[in-house]
Design a binder for this molecule. Structure first.
Ligand SMILES: *Cc1c(COP(=O)(O)O)cnc(C)c1O
Length: 365
């Protein structure tokens, strides 16, 4: 019998969240962002579950796009980082992948290539990671036209630096910069918004939005939880109780002996640790749940297990399932306790944790 530490993935919840993204996107269409193995949920299963809803997918790199093709899906796939070598343009053309062109290096690869994929241009409106500055666009467009590749250009992409903070003035500045930079080419599509942008009042999303974290139920805003935004949690991370035991006042638990019981109580060990991707920085008082009741972690997270306080749950027995995050304990809450964001927890789950998929008929795969 395998260990029952598993991540259950509710594909109906994923579909619900994607549908919400479409509603919030208004007249924009939503490309489903499934990079980083579908934010840790399994790129093939996630992409398949959205196949009849999503007109386009977006991933970071070619390997991820190939996984989508491998799953038998034919929608266009945007490569958000474009290609990492000139030779990959052949596969882009052959497989209907749409690289985002963001640098002079990639521009040279495309203009010198005999392959003609459709592609996007990245505009740097202030994120300052990738892309051409607005003042460079005229020159870039001229080079594309000279090389005869302009007909393949689908449109412009930019990325917001502070969309998670509804009070930041940066988003309006970037939006304005994007509008002005792309105005000379009104026939081309525009794409600006990640998940957070779907929840900002009066935020234009233009032709294509790019929801990622919201599809998986994580909150894209710093001051909201996923459920508060109408999102359903997609992943439930569970592990079994290995034991229950008495802990006496004055005894410590785990590495470093940093947590010491102030009174007699009950505790249990849970079969999950940082070797599974559970964050080691989640300290004492990080929430978990058992039978729908909230409990708390005590002491340090180890590689293969962690300790929980069961003083308030005397009926807990070895083998009982502990929810680390899911419907009772939000992944955003656990992330906050570990000083990080839900993105990192979801994508950091390791291969040791099997993903189990809940089908629409209520069965499991
Ligand atoms: C990852 C990514 C997204 C999705 O962001 P979320 O915050 O997860 O919605 C959108 N656009 C780009 C360019 C990205 O890299």
């Amino acid at each position: 019998m395998p260990r029952t530490t598993i991540a259950r993935v509710d594909l109906d919840a994923l579909r619900h969240n994607y549908t919400l993204a479409c509603q919030r996107a208004g007249t924009a269409r939503a490309m489903a962002v499934v990079k980083a193995d579908g934010y840790g949920h399994g790129i093939r299963e996630v992409a398949r579950a959205l196949a009849d809803l999503a007109p386009k997918y977006a991933v970071a790199c070619l390997e991820e796009a190939l996984a989508i093709r491998d799953a038998g899906l034919n929608q266009p796939v945007v490569l958000l980082q474009g290609v990492h070598q000139a030779g990959d343009l052949a596969e882009c053309q052959a497989l209907t992948l749409e690289p985002v062109l963001h640098s002079d290096t990639q521009l040279a690869w495309l203009t010198e290539s005999r392959h003609r994929p459709r592609f996007w241009l990245k505009v740097n409106t202030g994120m300052n990671r990738l892309g051409f500055r607005p003042g460079e666009l005229d020159g870039v467009m001229a080079r594309l036209a000279d090389a005869g590749v302009l007909p393949g250009l689908l449109g412009f992409v930019t990325h917001l630096a502070c969309a998670d903070d509804p009070d930041s003035p940066m988003t309006a500045r970037q939006t304005d910069t994007f509008v002005r930079a792309t105005a000379p080419w009104p026939r081309l599509a525009r794409s600006l918004g990640n998940s957070a942008a779907h929840f900002l009042p009066d935020q234009p999303l233009f032709d294509w939005s790019r929801p990622g974290i919201m599809l998986y139920g994580g909150s894209p805003l710093i001051d909201a939880t996923g459920p508060a935004l109408g999102l359903k949690p997609v992943m439930t991370l569970e592990a079994p109780l290995l034991n229950t035991r008495v802990v006496r006042a004055g005894e410590s638990v785990g590495y470093g002996a940093g947590w010491v019981a102030s009174q007699d109580g009950r505790m249990g060990m849970v079969a999950i640790g940082y070797g599974d991707g559970y964050p080691r920085h989640a300290g004492t008082d990080t929430p978990a749940a058992i039978g729908g009741r909230r409990i708390r972690l005590i002491g340090r997270v180890s590689m293969d297990m962690l300790a929980v306080d069961l003083t308030g749950v005397p009926e807990a027995r070895p083998g009982d399932r502990v929810e680390l995050w899911g419907p009772t304990v939000g992944v955003d809450e656990v992330a906050a306790c570990a000083g990080t964001i839900a993105y990192e927890l979801m994508t950091g789950l390791t291969a040791r944790v099997p993903r189990q998929y809940l089908r629409r008929d209520g069965g499991v795969d």
